[in-house]
Design a protein around this ligand. Structure first.
Ligand code: ADP
Length: 209
């Protein structure tokens, strides 16, 4: 985040004199306590300063990049996940290709008749199946999908960073976000490289609350 001149001054005063009350900081800057309040709130929320009742403000000693890392490590999958696009295991490869285009996604999740996760379909899985002379309307997707138990998954409460690491390690574009059901797993979300990119942009622009 970009700090204003006044905010930089406040940090310097607290570094040199902390713990120091808001009143005293204001005095040193020839401003009123009320004028300073928004700046102190920003600096405290951003983690540069900390405040203790009856003691005052003190410098946390954390650098900008340490604060950034701290923030990144708190991101959860559920804050960034998208809606999952799901097809049933008996739909044809042709219909799955249509779904992928219509829904504008790169990964489809495949479920059985009890809506439990049984497979994943990527763009290349569908391309590969289209390369021969087969009739794509008569091949069900369960023939060509990557199937359980080889599916890499994540949960809503997982750290975004851990999910990102799985994408890299497994060299895949997306993960189903699942929750445990009676006989398997239900798909409740989709976490892709696009979601990770969005998180990065929000972090860089300091937009994430
Ligand atoms: P593409 O195949 O279009 O490059 P991916 O890199 O995502 O897209 O997929 C590579 C392979 O990994 C595909 O065969 C796909 O079925 C499989 N795959 C994709 N996502 C997962 C996942 N979450 N778990 C296990 N396998 C997956």
């Amino acid at each position: 985040m970009e700090l204003s001149n006044r905010q930089e001054q406040i940090i310097q005063i607290v570094k040199d004199n902390g713990p120091i009350t808001g009143e005293n900081i204001a005095e040193q800057l020839n401003l009123t306590r009320a004028t300073l309040r928004p700046d102190l709130a920003i600096l405290t929320m951003a983690g540069f300063l900390d405040a203790r009742p009856r003691v005052g403000y003190f410098f946390t000693g954390k650098s900008g990049s340490e604060l950034l890392t701290e923030k990144l490590k708190k991101f959860k999958v559920k804050e960034f996940q998208s809606v999952p696009i799901v097809v049933e295991e008996n739909v044809s490869v042709y219909d799955a290709i249509c779904a992928m285009f219509l829904e504008d996604v790169g990964t489809l999740f495949v479920t059985n008749d009890q809506t439990l996760l049984v497979g994943v379909l990527s763009r290349k899985d569908l391309l590969r199946a289209s390369m021969g002379n087969q009739d794509l309307t008569s091949i069900p997707v369960h023939i060509i999908m990557t199937r359980m138990p080889n599916i890499t998954i994540c949960k809503e409460d997982d750290l975004l960073l851990d999910a990102a690491q799985k994408l890299i390690e497994k060299q895949i574009d997306g993960l189903p976000v699942v929750k445990a059901a009676d006989d398997g797993m239900e798909v409740i979300g989709r976490l892709t490289k696009t979601n990770i990119t969005k998180a990065l942009v929000e972090l860089g622009r300091d937009e994430h609350i």
